[in-house]
Write a protein that binds this ligand. Structure first.
Ligand SMILES: CC(C)(COP(=O)(O)OP(=O)(O)OC[C@H]1O[C@@H](n2cnc3c(N)ncnc32)[C@H](O)[C@@H]1OP(=O)(O)O)[C@@H](O)C(=O)NCCC(=O)NCCS
Length: 190
């Protein structure tokens, strides 16, 4: 399994302990199904001021995008992501961790899985848009190695009738080292 760890090596004892603690939160990855959408949409509403609608998720599934959920030990959805493959890059349309589980390494494991799926598709770059106001997501993306490559003006709806720009970021997987031995984001069901 690959990891989206950019920068310094993660071979230290501290990193090994951190990985072990994270992997103790069992996660099972499975493709998102239509009957997951209600649960996903409830998380979405809790996670975003401008959430995707159920229809957005159904449309994405109908379009054949790569959509995955990660379930916790109680089989509740802990996080999910949706990917749109293009010729040169994998477009990350949505990545969300259930709010009560954020900041515990699950986003990292979703990103690891995204990296693995992108490589399996023969694609070397992950592309995403993020709101400049979403400081936490921006910090996570920069931390794992995404860099800003553009700005889309007035891309997102915002409070009132306002619009917000989108920062366009890209991660080149060829710049990302392989996972340390024994690191695994979670079991994957087909
Ligand atoms: C953005 C989101 C997916 C991240 O998931 P998460 O589970 O909270 O993130 P993690 O705890 O796995 O952190 C991922 C990495 O970022 C690092 N990180 C987290 N916060 C950080 C910060 N403020 N500054 C720098 N690094 C940070 C973590 O240490 C971790 O790196 P490591 O594995 O090297 O330790 C999640 O917070 C979320 O769902 N947010 C709401 C929805 C959203 O905004 N989605 C993105 C839309 S573009």
């Amino acid at each position: 399994m690959t990891t989206l760890t950019a920068g310094a090596s993660r071979g230290s004892v501290q990193d090994a302990v951190q990985n072990a603690m994270r992997d103790s939160l069992p996660l099972t990855f499975a493709p998102m199904r239509a009957n997951d959408v209600d649960e996903v949409a409830r998380i979405e509403v809790d996670a975003y001021p401008f959430p995707w609608t159920r229809g957005n998720f159904f449309d994405s599934l109908a379009s054949g995008y790569l959509a995955w959920v990660a379930r916790d030990a109680d089989a509740r959805i802990a996080g999910y992501f949706l990917l749109m493959p293009a010729v040169d890059d994998m477009h990350l349309l949505n990545i969300t961790v259930r709010p009560d589980l954020q900041g515990r390494g699950i986003g990292r494991r979703l990103l690891d899985e995204i990296g693995a799926l992108t490589r399996e598709a023969g694609i070397d770059a992950v592309l995403l848009e993020v709101r400049p106001s979403n400081a936490q997501a921006l910090a996570v993306y920069r931390h794992v190695g995404f860099i800003q490559i553009g700005l889309r003006k007035n891309y997102y709806p915002a409070a009132g009738q306002a619009r917000e720009d989108a920062i366009v970021m890209r991660l080149m997987l060829s710049d990302v080292p392989l996972a340390p031995p024994g690191h695994s984001p979670g079991a994957r069901q087909s």
